[in-house]
Write a protein of this length. Structure first.
Length: 187
């Protein structure tokens, strides 16, 4: 299955979810994240501000923003820059996503944990994104632990996602019913 077929299949499956199912899935996934050593040990965490078809991060951000230093991405041309999370400094940005405002961009090298959205993941940590490469370009500059989150059906069983040379895999995949730690071997 190619990336476009995966995108179409996941989009169709997401359209069947009720509001209650979306809320419960987000609670289960982010509860698993909270219990992970990677999250417990990290102080500086990059999150995403969720689109309507993504696992909602709002409740999680509200719960932890007084105890962790959260950062959110902001689109700048073809790249993402990261800024500290401050609820009072959010504005609607590119792709109708609330983004942080200001000039106090952070260095990606300072981030300890990154929570990454995607359309789908496989057992090797490969991701299918939305096709623009924003996160792949951002992930290239970090040694932070990368966690992919999604619904159970966003984990592709059996088949591996065709990864291209510029694709950056995640280190951990968390869904409603699983937490998979991927061991990447550096050459």
């Amino acid at each position: 299955m190619n990336k476009e077929e995966i995108r179409d299949r996941v989009k169709a499956r997401k359209s069947l979810l009720s509001a209650a199912e979306k809320i419960e899935a987000a609670r289960r996934v982010f509860s698993r994240l909270e219990q992970s050593a990677a999250f417990m040990l990290a102080d500086k965490v990059l999150l995403y501000h969720s689109l309507p078809d993504e696992l909602s991060t709002r409740e999680f951000i509200d719960k932890w923003s007084s105890r962790k230093h959260f950062f959110l991405p902001r689109v700048n041309g073809v790249n993402l820059e990261i800024l500290p999370y401050d609820r009072s400094r959010l504005a609607m940005g590119a792709f109708h996503i609330e983004e942080p405002q200001g000039d106090d961009t952070a260095d990606i090298a300072d981030i300890e944990l990154m929570v990454i959205p995607a359309v789908a993941y496989d057992r090797r940590g490969n991701r299918v994104g939305r096709g623009k490469g924003y996160y792949d370009r951002l992930l290239r500059g970090t040694r932070a632990t990368k966690v992919g989150v999604g619904y159970d059906f966003q984990f592709i069983e059996g088949d591996d996602i065709d990864a291209e040379p510029h694709d950056i895999p995640v280190d951990i995949v968390i869904t409603e019913s699983r937490r998979l730690v991927i061991h990447h071997y550096r050459r």
